[in-house]
Design a protein around this ligand. Sequence first.
Ligand code: AMP
Ligand code: ZN
Length: 118
Amino acid sequence: MTTAESDCLFCKIAAGQVPAEIVRDGERVLAFRDINPQAPTHILVIPREHHPDVASAARAETGLVDEIVAEAHALAEEEGIAGTGYRLVFNTGSGAGQTVFHLHCHLLGGRGMEWPPG
Ligand code: AMP
Ligand code: ZN
C-alpha cells in the first residue's frame, strides 16, 4: 500500500479496517451507506483499487467506471428508486465538493431532486 492509500478512508473501509454499512461486497467494487445521508437512499459505490477520482480511473481504462455505474443502477433497482429516477454524482476536485480523494459514486434517490444542484 502506498502512503496515499494507507491514509485513505475508503481504502480502509474496503480493507475492513473502518466499519461501514456495506450493501455490496464485490470482487472489484463495493458499496456502503453514506454516513451523512442527503436523501432517503444515499449509497457510495467505490472500487477496491485506489483512484483519486473518476477521471483518473477512466483514463487508466480499468473498466471500473462502467462497473460502478452498473452496480449503482442495480442498487437503485433494489432500493426501489430506479423507476422514479435517481441521481449519480462524482464530485471531482475540492471546488466541486470532493472531500474523500478515492473515487466514489454517490447514488441518491427516494426524494425529488432539484436542478441546478447546490
Ligand atoms: P465527497 O464530498 O463527494 O468526497 O463525498 C464523501 C462522502 O463520504 C460524504 O458524503 C460523506 O458523508 C461520506 N463519508 C465520510 N466518511 C464516511 C464513512 N466513514 N462512512 C460512510 N460515508 C462516509
Ligand atoms: Zn483509497
